[in-house]
Design a binder for this molecule. Sequence first.
Ligand SMILES: NC(=O)c1ccc[n+]([C@@H]2O[C@H](COP(=O)([O-])OP(=O)(O)OC[C@H]3O[C@@H](n4cnc5c(N)ncnc54)[C@H](O)[C@@H]3O)[C@@H](O)[C@H]2O)c1
Length: 293
Amino acid sequence: MTAIDLSGKIALVTGVGDNEGFAWAIAKGLRAAGARIVLACQPNRMNIVDGNLTRDMDRDSRLLPDGSEFRPEKVVPCDSAFDTMADVPEEVRTNRRYAAYSEYSIQGTVDAVGKEFGGIDVLVHAVAFSREITKPLIETSRKGYHEAMGVSAYSLVSMVRAAAPHMAGRPGGGSVVGLTYVAGERVVPHYGGGMGTCKAALQMDAKQLAWFVGDRNIRVNLISAGPFASRAARAINPDFDKLIAHAAEHSPLRRPITAEEVADATVYLCSPLAGAVTGQVLYVDCGYNIMGT
Ligand SMILES: NC(=O)c1ccc[n+]([C@@H]2O[C@H](COP(=O)([O-])OP(=O)(O)OC[C@H]3O[C@@H](n4cnc5c(N)ncnc54)[C@H](O)[C@@H]3O)[C@@H](O)[C@H]2O)c1
């Protein structure tokens, strides 16, 4: 048996907003493999995640396969709309959910984590947002489209730029994993607000970034996940369960995916087993992407 051991690795997992999304499952999967985890949350999600990590009623969601409870090393605020604190507008700085924090930019957060933990081995990008997600692309405003692109796609470029100096020279190399969706390659009409374009951009950016950091033995890959009822996904469409059922029915495996399967694939991509894998999209979708219906 080939076991995956990520002991001693430092993993920065961004996009943790609650205990239901992919980022939570990925953080637990990496922890179960031995990595030490730092969670990065949008500042307005910090209290929710703190509750998920401490409340009795959320205990089951913290359980790891060995029966122990998931505990990150640290939870830090990070807003993917801002590369440095100089980018933060006054209305955000003074917002009651942001005012308590002096640093939540990508560059500042990543630098602080890299310095405190002596480097970063794994970076997970699980961030996506479109204010106009329920509007079809053709009705999406220029402002909404650009905001979605900045938060959901450009943020990967910004994160990799910030993290590369901390990931360079790590034993076994560094691994960046992001999350995409089949709508970045094919038309999924309900995936609105420019999000399909964001995923297309993310996929090309991941390839380009793989080249730009490959000389430092940092790998960049994406997982294209099948539909899953996270908070963000439920905001796309109140009938999201029907979309999941449709994908399940039309997938070779005839079932929906689980968040744990996305976590397993992430652990693989961060392991030495994937040492020569970079610039790739790994489909964790029960095979849905190969179908013509
Ligand atoms: N759920 C699905 O069906 C599905 C399928 C394929 C890919 N994905 C992708 O998986 C990733 C995680 O999404 P999820 O479905 O687990 O939902 P989620 O709601 O759990 O995760 C999205 C996260 O993005 C964060 N976010 C939004 N704006 C932000 C900002 N400005 N700064 C920092 N964080 C911000 C939210 O706080 C949230 O935690 C996303 O990239 C999503 O597009 C989801």
